[in-house]
Design a protein around this ligand. Structure first.
Ligand code: AMP
Ligand code: ZN
Length: 139
């Protein structure tokens, strides 16, 4: 596939921070990481989506084994990580060359969102106790 970014990375025509490769798959760091550890595991063969893998194909198994190995090497196998595949536009897939994400580490984005929600809830509670939001009425 001439227009495929991941094919170009696999062929060495585009740069990527590779962390692992074998005869079936290549793994490299995501260019826009969602977490401190964000690796993409990409089969060498151009398969657009998970839907295009024939039944009985062992490729997915291999991708899982690669993820396991990388997680071990990066020291997150025990602490934990996420391993997932986005499928088609509705599933969040942007690059149409099959790939799995391996994500781990502090998710600061989620952390700050949670802090903001808790903060807003406490603030509203405080306003309600003080009667500043008009919800506290005298009997
Ligand atoms: P998906 O949404 O599952 O298709 O994921 C595509 C991923 O590829 C995104 O997380 C992008 O940040 C990542 N990506 C796109 N272009 C590159 C690139 N040239 N090198 C590394 N990662 C990339
Ligand atoms: Zn491709």
């Amino acid at each position: 596939m001439t227009d495929c970014i991941f094919c170009k990375i696999i062929e060495g025509k585009l740069p990527a921070k590779k962390i692992y490769e074998d005869d079936q798959a290549v793994a490299f760091w995501d260019a826009n990481p969602a977490s401190p550890i964000h690796i993409l595991i990409v089969p060498r063969v151009h398969i657009p989506t998970l839907n295009d893998i024939p039944d009985g194909d062992t490729l997915l198994c291999h991708m899982g084994e690669v993820a396991k190995r990388i997680a071990q090497d990066l020291g997150v196998a025990e602490s934990g990580y996420r391993f997932f595949i986005n499928v088609n536009k509705g599933g969040g897939q942007v690059v149409f060359h099959l790939h799995a994400h391996l994500i781990s580490g502090n998710d600061l984005g989620t952390f700050f969102i949670k802090v903001a929600i808790i903060g807003a809830t406490l603030w509203r509670k405080l306003l309600s106790i003080l009667g500043a939001d008009g919800t506290r009425r005298k009997n």
